[in-house]
Design a protein around this ligand. Structure first.
Ligand SMILES: Cc1ncc(COP(=O)(O)O)c(C=O)c1O
Length: 383
């Protein structure tokens, strides 16, 4: 374990589960599908009693996730929404949270249409402006939840500054780190209390798995989240825990290629005459470029762009050949979405339009195919 602590993040990711199955020495940690476990005697346990409460395969994954994010406790869920829902159950009726307005539509939907009815209020603000967050805080505010880079407009929030604000106001600070992953951005080290992921995206990385993750910086908060996970039960099944562990091992390699491709595609799109705006923090004229350089290792593989008209956006989606017109992001295959009708369709239209999420805006999850082929596909689709 001492040696493990000295390893780089790249090596620790590859080594998840290695040397943990003492009986067989398995390199790939086994899948334990057992739902329940024999007790050695009354009042005794092997450490595992029932799989919702604890599973050996999930334990290895959860320890690996906590290690990668630099937190005390990691928890794996059946989807990103299951992780967020469990997290929101931490709050009580009458509480209020401040949330990024540029965020995944499903997070908006669960807060607005489910938790809102249960008495948890939320306000949506431009979290690229820390002063706007401060202004939205009320006496009953308990937490700030930030997605950075934002979704779909890729705005950058200042994690360290928001963390200072939250500390001074005794608020929980939660960062959805789905777009960049702990390989590129480390919110807990910048002062966040909890990191959330849709593990369906870059952590899983192959568009073949639905998963969610919470990591808490401190043990007591981790214990509280574990209580909620065990009590409500939206755990990641053992087979999927194994698949997520397997996928994580190539995270650095995949992300390097995603980032490299996204830089090339963004630069190409920015020069295209039928593209009217490109939203990518790696472009020097992006308002969050300098902040992103300071707080993240690279700019990630996500970008959005606006085309001349709604008709052209539809034409592009119709004509794509290699790139798939599909929801989701973060997999090795390039995917394009129309956020206004897909990922952000549940945000009321006036609010969407105010943010600029209209039907001429396309979001591209740049995959790890060759940049040349991605650009060629975009070129013929935009022609
Ligand atoms: C940033 C972000 N957070 C959370 C979620 C929800 O995750 P899942 O789809 O795995 O439930 C998504 C899904 O797209 C997302 O993009």
């Amino acid at each position: 374990m001492k040696q493990h602590d000295r390893l780089t993040l790249d090596s620790r990711i590859v080594q998840i589960g290695v040397g943990r199955d003492d009986r067989t020495g398995a390199i790939s940690y086994p899948i334990y599908p057992s739902a329940t476990y024999r007790h050695p005697a009354v009042g005794e346990s092997t450490g595992f009693d029932y799989t919702r409460s604890g599973n050996p395969t999930r334990q290895i994954l959860e320890e690996g996730l906590a290690d990668l994010e630099g937190g005390a406790r990691g928890l794996a869920f059946s989807s990103g929404m299951a992780a967020l829902t469990t997290l929101f159950l931490h709050f009580s009726a009458g509480d209020h949270i401040v949330v990024s307005e540029d965020l995944y539509g499903g997070t908006y939907r669960v807060l607005d249409q489910i938790f809102g009815k249960l008495g948890l209020a939320s306000s949506y603000v431009d979290t690229t402006d820390t002063a706007a967050i401060a202004k939205a805080i009320r006496p009953e505010t308990r937490a700030v939840l930030v997605e950075t880079p934002g979704n779909p407009l890729l705005g950058i929030a200042d994690i360290a500054a928001i963390s200072e604000l939250c500390k001074s106001r005794k608020l929980l600070f939660i960062v959805d780190n789905t777009f960049l992953t702990p390989y590129l951005q480390r919110p807990l080290e910048l002062g966040a209390d909890i990191v959330v992921h849709s593990g369906t995206k870059y952590l899983g990385g192959h568009n073949d798995l639905c998963a969610g993750v919470l990591v808490a910086r401190e043990e007591d908060l981790g214990e509280r989240l574990y209580f909620l996970q065990n009590s409500t039960g939206a755990i990641l099944p053992p087979q999927d825990c194994w698949l997520l562990m397997r996928s994580l091992k190539t995270l650095p390699l995949r992300l390097e290629r995603h980032c490299q491709n996204a830089r090339q595609v963004a630069a190409w799109l920015a020069r295209h005459p039928r593209v009217t705006a490109v939203y990518f923090p790696g472009l020097p004229d992006h308002p969050g470029h300098a902040l992103s350089q300071r707080q993240a290792k690279d700019f990630g593989g996500m970008l959005s762009f606006r085309v001349e008209s709604n008709e052209l956006a539809r034409q592009v989606l119709q004509r794509l050949q290699m790139i798939s017109f599909a929801e989701s992001l973060g997999g090795v295959e390039s995917l394009m979405t129309l956020p206004a009708v897909q990922t952000h369709g549940d945000i009321p239209e006036p609010e969407r339009l105010r943010l600029g999420v209209c039907e001429s805006l396309l979001r591209l999850s740049v995959g790890i195919e060759s940049a040349e082929d991605i650009i060629a596909d975009l070129e013929q689709a935009l022609a």
